[in-house]
Design a binder for this molecule. Structure first.
Ligand SMILES: NC(=O)c1ccc[n+]([C@@H]2O[C@H](COP(=O)([O-])OP(=O)(O)OC[C@H]3O[C@@H](n4cnc5c(N)ncnc54)[C@H](OP(=O)(O)O)[C@@H]3O)[C@@H](O)[C@H]2O)c1
Length: 253
């Protein structure tokens, strides 16, 4: 049952925001296979429940929770619910994200700006702050960022800025939480085949460009984030904190 990472998360509780699909669901299942009980948090409860059923099929407990991470009241309620029902938090993955497109800065509406910052930056800060209050030594936080944060594209300017902020918060969290024995790292993702990628890159030409744009000459499958997530979530990375780990197939300059 705990066939990945040698049961390294046996008896642990992991929260994965945006765990209902895409990279979040892949990580949630990877953590379950490593022995963790998993909290699936995203806006749509039904999608969380479906993902939770997949976790239970792996023999672990699963708690589906509807949570809009851009709303701090809902973030606080999520942490309180997890402590009330599962009694501990060992891993927090700040994975929920949106990457809306605007051709020019003038096309960025106030709503787009606030939503993008809310989901990608504001939520992770609050969830980390509240989760850390309950985490024991040895716990970990994994933030999910994007190569856009270091190689920004004008059409996703606000997303890139939010993820750059998340990179900075990773260092801040690592410094603040180190005395509690909590490590914090960040996965900087290249292109993965998920709904958000399909939604943001409509043309065949753009898919071809993403494929050509890295040394491995392909777009990753969602499961290819799991090894890095397990490494950062477990004692395997016991001397690593505050770091940005790039998983992008070797994006070309
Ligand atoms: N795929 C890529 O190529 C790529 C590249 C770089 C970085 N990333 C990053 O990787 C992470 C996951 O991306 P993905 O491609 O797996 O996306 P995805 O397939 O579109 O899934 C996004 C997840 O986030 C949830 N979500 C969206 N808004 C939310 C909110 N306000 N509160 C809580 N949950 C919310 C969604 O569920 P609900 O709709 O139910 O809320 C869903 O579970 C994101 O942070 C993204 O920026 C992805």
């Amino acid at each position: 049952m705990s066939d990945e990472a040698g049961g390294a998360l046996e008896g642990r509780v992991a929260i994965v925001t945006g765990g209902s699909k895409g990279l979040g669901l892949a990580m949630a299942k990877g953590f379950a296979r490593a022995g963790a009980d998993v909290v699936i948090a995203s806006r749509k409860l039904e999608a969380c429940e479906q993902a939770a059923a997949e976790i239970r099929a792996l023999g672990r407990r699963a708690l589906p929770v509807a949570c809009h991470v851009g709303d701090w009241g809902q973030c606080d309620a999520l942490i309180a619910r997890v402590m009330g029902e599962l009694g501990r938090i060992d891993v927090l993955v700040n994975n929920a994200g949106i990457a809306p497109v605007a051709p020019r800065l003038l096309d960025v509406s106030e709503t787009l700006f606030d939503k993008t910052i809310g989901v990608n930056l504001k939520g992770p800060l609050r969830l980390a702050a509240k989760a850390a209050e309950h985490m024991r030594p040895g716990s970990t936080i994994v933030n999910v960022s994007s190569v856009a944060s270091v190689r920004p594209n004008p059409v996703t300017a606000v997303y890139a800025a939010a993820k750059a902020g998340l990179n900075v918060l990773t260092s801040v969290m690592a410094q603040e939480f180190a005395p509690k024995g909590i490590r914090v790292n960040c996965i900087v993702c290249g292109t993965f085949w998920t709904d958000s990628f399909r939604a943001g890159v409509p043309s065949e030409e753009a898919v071809a460009a993403a494929t050509r744009g890295n040394v491995l000459r392909r777009i990753a499958q969602p499961e290819e984030i799991v090894g890095t997530a397990l490494y950062l979530a477990t004692e395997a990375s016991s001397y690593t904190t505050g770091q940005l780990i790039v998983v992008d197939g070797g994006v070309l300059p």
